[in-house]
Design a binder for this molecule. Structure first.
Ligand code: XMP
Ligand code: MG
Length: 182
C-alpha cells in the first residue's frame, strides 16, 4: 500500500502539537470576542479547511461559517501577488465581526488582498487567524491577530496544505522529500 507519509522528509509539527495549539487559539478567540454578536468565521479554501474544522470546535461562542476561495496567479510554490476570487462569501458581512482563517501566511499578499476586500464591505471588524506563518518571507505588512506557529522558509504540506493538490490529508505538517517534486 502507498502511504501519503512516505514522501515526507521531516515532520515539522506533530499532530499533538497542532491539537494543543488549536485548543489554545480556540480559547483565546472565544475569550476575545466574548459576548460580541455575529461573529462570522471565514475559511479560505481549500488549505484552511482541516484547521478550520478543528478550530471551530474549540470556539465556544456562537458563530456563522462561510468560505472564500482565492487563487494567486503563479506556480504551485510561489504566489505572484495577483489574487482572484474563485468563490465569494454567501453572507453579507456588513456590521458583522469577521475572522479570516488561513492555513499559512507567506509573502502576505493573499491576506492583504482579503483584508482590503472584506473591509470594503463595511464589517464591524476584521481579524485574521493563521495556523502557520513564515515571517521571513513577508513582503507586505499584514496584521496576523492569531498565529499558530512561526515556521522557517521551507515548503510544507499536510493538515490541509498541499503540493499539487496532494498531501492535504496528512495529519501533521511536514517537509517533502525532493523526489516528490519530480
Ligand atoms: P502569500 O504569499 O500570498 O501566500 O502569503 C499564501 C498562500 O501561498 C501558499 N503557500 C504554501 N502552500 N505550503 C503550501 O502548501 C507552503 O509552504 C506554502 N507557502 C505558501 C498557500 O496557498 C497560501 O494560502
Ligand atoms: Mg496550495
Amino acid at each position: 500500500m502507498v502511504a501519503v507519509g512516505n514522501d515526507i522528509q521531516e515532520k515539522l509539527i506533530s499532530e499533538a502539537e497542532i491539537q494543543e495549539k488549536v485548543k489554545e487559539l480556540g480559547k483565546r478567540i472565544s475569550g476575545d470576542y466574548g459576548d460580541a454578536e455575529n461573529l462570522i468565521v471565514v475559511g479560505i479554501l481549500k488549505g484552511a479547511i482541516i484547521f478550520l474544522s478543528d478550530l471551530v470546535r474549540e470556539i465556544t461562542i456562537p458563530i456563522n461559517l462561510d468560505f472564500m476561495a482565492v487563487s494567486s496567479y503563479g506556480t504551485n510554490i510561489h504566489s505572484s501577488g495577483a489574487v482572484r476570487i474563485l468563490k465569494d462569501l454567501e453572507v453579507d458581512i456588513e456590521d458583522k465581526h469577521v475572522l479570516i482563517v488561513e492555513d499559512i501566511v507567506d509573502t502576505g499578499l493573499t491576506l492583504k488582498y482579503l483584508l482590503e476586500n472584506l473591509k470594503s464591505r463595511s464589517p464591524k471588524s476584521v481579524k485574521t487567524c493563521t495556523l502557520l506563518d513564515k515571517p521571513e518571507r513577508r513582503t507586505v505588512g499584514v496584521k496576523v491577530d492569531y498565529n499558530g506557529f512561526n515556521i522557517p522558509d521551507r515548503f510544507v504540506v499536510g493538515y490541509g496544505l498541499d503540493y499539487a493538490e496532494r498531501y492535504r490529508n496528512l495529519p501533521y505538517i511536514g517537509v517533502l522529500k525532493p523526489k516528490a517534486y519530480e
